[in-house]
Design a protein around this ligand. Structure first.
Ligand code: PMP
Length: 374
């Protein structure tokens, strides 16, 4: 059959795909950037020095293919074996690899096997959470099962999930963002454990923001055969630019992920930066504390102006602004040179997500909000 245009070269699945939309990285300077949950503090001077020192003639060489020295350092940090860890080009890469490694594309189940393979092609997550998950499912031709969180963004008790019948306890892969994004709602390890124990497929606890939270689920990934924890150097460790994330979990699942990994998936300077970061933990812990303190200061200031502020255990807060629609606030704040995030998603229509900046940056936000309300 004759081709009618370049579109014919593209798989129907890709033609239909709604891609993930990252937050804006503005070209103009002088904006207060509170839209992509970046850390407002720079990496430690020792980390910057390590990157600079490594930028020489060695750039012609391939980096360590498995990021082995970093895996070893991370294993010490988390009291596990290097075989329990895989490093990725940001945790996003590893989330995508988990879909490819553990989920059958839906087409496979469109047969008499359907009942026996139920759940095998399901990528499951709570809604709202990280908007990348449905895109990963769609890309893979898997079925996405988005299950609403409670109105306060809490997890429904497992009794209610069982009764509700929408949550699939046999899903091939369930992503749980903990603490939740974009609400910042923290989940207790006990609740996560209870849910993990009932799942028959793989569970990925996406802990991108966990350093700002009260609890973490790392112990679950070292206890159960089907639980993985995803972490990143991007947020808490001020390294978005370098793209380094990792997953901790049972060695068999890590080995499966490793099989489908690109040979040199983590760039050399990223490996060096991440290793230097692990030598500087006290510097970063001070920054976590500063960010949490700023979050605690900002929340009541916005509440006083009439914003509904949701409790957060992350480096951002979700708010329902007063007087104008949330998207109008997005524009008005931008006119005041403040960038925040609004999601074009019906559940999140009325909300803004504000990343926690430096004390000066959040003061500028409050000043702009006051001016808008005047
Ligand atoms: N998980 C969540 C919940 C996130 O918000 C992000 C950042 N957008 C990531 C994972 C990915 O982070 P990175 O790829 O920078 O490690």
């Amino acid at each position: 059959m004759a081709l009618t245009g370049p579109r014919d070269f593209i798989r129907p699945l890709v033609q239909r795909l709604q891609p993930y939309i990252p937050g804006e990285q503005p070209k103009i300077s002088g904006l207060v950037k509170l839209n992509t949950n970046e850390n407002p503090y720079p990496p430690s001077p020792k980390v910057l020095a390590a990157i600079k020192q490594a930028a020489d003639g060695r750039l012609r060489l391939y980096p360590n293919p498995t990021a082995q020295p970093l895996r070893e350092k991370l294993a010490k940090f988390h009291d596990c074996k290097p075989e329990n860890i895989i490093v990725g080009n940001g945790s996003d890469e590893l989330l995508a690899m988990a879909v490819r490694a553990f989920v059958e594309p839906a087409i496979v189940t469109k047969s008499r096997m359907r009942t026996r393979t139920a759940g095998k092609s399901v990528v499951q997550f709570f809604h709202p959470s990280y908007s990348l998950y449905p895109v990963l499912a769609a890309m893979h031709g898997a079925r996405a099962n988005a299950v609403p969180l409670e109105p306060d963004f809490g997890l429904a008790p497992v009794r209610a999930l069982k009764r509700g019948k929408q949550w699939d306890f046999r899903a091939a892969l369930s992503f749980i963002t903990t603490p939740n994004a974009p609400s910042g709602h923290g989940y207790s390890t006990a609740d996560l454990q209870q849910l993990c124990e009932l799942q028959t497929g793989v569970v990925v606890l996406d802990e991108a923001y966990v350093d700002f939270a009260e609890e973490n689920g790392l112990s679950l990934s070292l206890k159960y055969p089907h639980v993985l924890v995803a972490r990143t150097f991007s947020k808490a460790y001020s390294l978005c630019f370098q793209r380094v994330g990792y997953v901790v979990g049972p060695r068999e699942l890590i080995a499966a992920l490793d099989k489908i990994r690109d040979s040199y998936n983590v760039n050399g300077l990223g490996q060096i930066a991440a290793m230097a970061t692990l030598d500087e933990l006290p510097y970063y812990r001070k920054n976590f504390q500063k960010i949490v303190a700023t979050r605690r200061r900002l929340s009541p200031m916005l509440a006083e102006l009439g914003f509904e502020v949701f409790p957060s255990q992350a480096n951002f807060i979700l708010v329902r602004p007063p007087q104008y629609a949330a998207w109008a606030w997005l524009q008005k704040l931008r006119e005041h040179k403040i960038l925040v995030r609004w999601f074009d998603d019906t559940t999140l229509w009325d909300f803004l997500r504000i990343s926690i900046g430096t004390p000066n940056e959040v003061d500028a936000l409050v000043k702009a909000a006051r001016a808008i309300l005047r």
